[in-house]
Design a protein around this ligand. Structure first.
Ligand code: FAD
Ligand code: SF4
Length: 329
């Protein structure tokens, strides 16, 4: 498959990048390109120009200051997975970066691209030839969703590994637009209302520049992923867990966030509430995992059944809680 023709810009600072992006609305930001270039080859997007962030040094830094860790959107997943700072402060972020794709992919892929990853569906993420065998679905420019038969809604799944972890950590993202910049809690970035992250940013003409993650004392975290091919695959289900416990292993605080089971990361607060105030035990963990899985709303957007996904959700959530809590189940 060949790439379509496009112009290519490499601004050297964020202001120029934002200006260029907002000259007309016909360009797209490219970070590592590991997802975008596939979309271009499949003619899912045909932008007039690509705006590379590669030459902007200010968004390639990771640092710890004032009780939080700030990560530039152009930091590579390989660097995050091998960073001592991240291993010491945000262990679930390290493991989620490590879980993305394959070693080759992680040397190009960025954390910003992972956060802005488009949603996925078996009827959409296909070649132009494959898609031409039927009417385009709603997301591809038609009117009806082939998964649900409903009009003008898309339920494609959000399948990125890193965002559930960042949501569990309470991270915020910095978005820089033509007239201002803003800090947005990451959870609020994902609307789940048919608009994928890249649609949202295309509408506002903003660029994601950095991620700010508050550090919490005594907090323990874990990310668990289930996929079909261990060597390289998107998560069918991902579960991020962050908990803090007292000296008797009673849970003082808990967050459970899921990926792959809806059009946005799912905060499974009812599952987390079951843990609160109680001493961690296998029984409690399985109860919490069962409740967390009821927050998952998978549809047949990939090759496994929604029912199976819900069962898998229970397993990965239970494993993630147990590992974060230092327990064996
Ligand atoms: C074979 C294969 C396997 C994969 N496996 C996984 C996996 O296991 N888990 C997973 O999570 N992902 C996976 N991916 C998807 C992708 O590689 C990763 O999510 C990666 O982190 C995307 O980052 P990138 O820098 O390459 O983004 P790009 O492809 O450059 O961009 C992705 C999207 O984000 C937008 N964007 C990027 N940066 C910014 C920014 N700073 N501001 C505004 N918009 C921005 C782009 O416009 C584009 O829409 C896989 C992809 C492939 C091809
Ligand atoms: S969920 Fe429906 S509208 Fe969305 S990509 Fe799949 S078939 Fe298309």
């Amino acid at each position: 498959m060949r790439l379509p023709e496009f112009e290519f810009y490499e601004p050297e600072n964020i202001d120029d990048a934002v200006k260029q992006l907002n000259k007309n609305n016909k360009g797209t930001v490219i970070a590592g390109g590991t997802d975008l270039l596939v979309a271009l080859k499949q003619r899912l997007q045909v932008p007039e120009y690509l705006l590379s962030l590669e030459k902007i040094p200010s968004i390639k830094k990771m640092e710890k200051a004032n009780g939080s860790v700030t990560i530039g959107s152009m930091c590579l997943l390989n660097d995050i997975a091998s960073s001592q700072l991240i291993a010491d402060t945000l262990p679930a972020l390290k493991s989620s970066a490590w879980e993305v794709g394959s070693p080759l992919l992680r040397t190009l892929a960025t954390i910003g691209g992972n956060i802005c990853l488009n949603t996925r569906c078996r009827f959409y993420n296909q070649s132009q030839f494959w898609r031409s065998s039927r009417e385009p679905c709603y997301k591809a420019g038609g009117s009806v969703c082939h998964v649900t038969g409903k009009k003008e809604t898309c339920y494609a799944a959000f399948c990125a590994d890193i965002p559930p972890v960042l949501v569990a950590y309470g991270a915020s993202i910095k978005l820089v637009g033509p007239n201002s910049s803003r800090l947005l809690p990451l959870e609020e970035f994902y609307t789940g209302d048919s608009r994928a992250p890249n649609d949202i940013l295309a509408g506002s003409g903003e660029i994601l520049t950095e991620i700010e993650i508050p550090l919490q004392d005594n907090s323990k975290s874990c990310y668990r992923k289930f996929r079909l091919r261990d060597s390289i695959d998107f998560p069918l289900v991902g579960a991020a867990v962050r908990i803090s416990t007292d000296e008797r292993n009673r849970c003082l605080e808990a967050q459970i966030v899921l990926s792959g089971v809806s059009s946005a990361p799912v905060v499974a607060s009812e599952g987390a509430e079951i843990l609160l105030g109680n001493e961690l035990s296998s029984e409690l963990i399985f109860q919490a995992a069962e409740r967390a899985s009821s927050a998952a709303h998978p549809l047949k957007t990939d090759l496994i059944s929604p029912r199976y996904k819900r069962e898998v959700t229970k397993v990965v959530v239970a494993e993630a809680i147990a590992e974060a809590g230092g327990m064996k189940i």
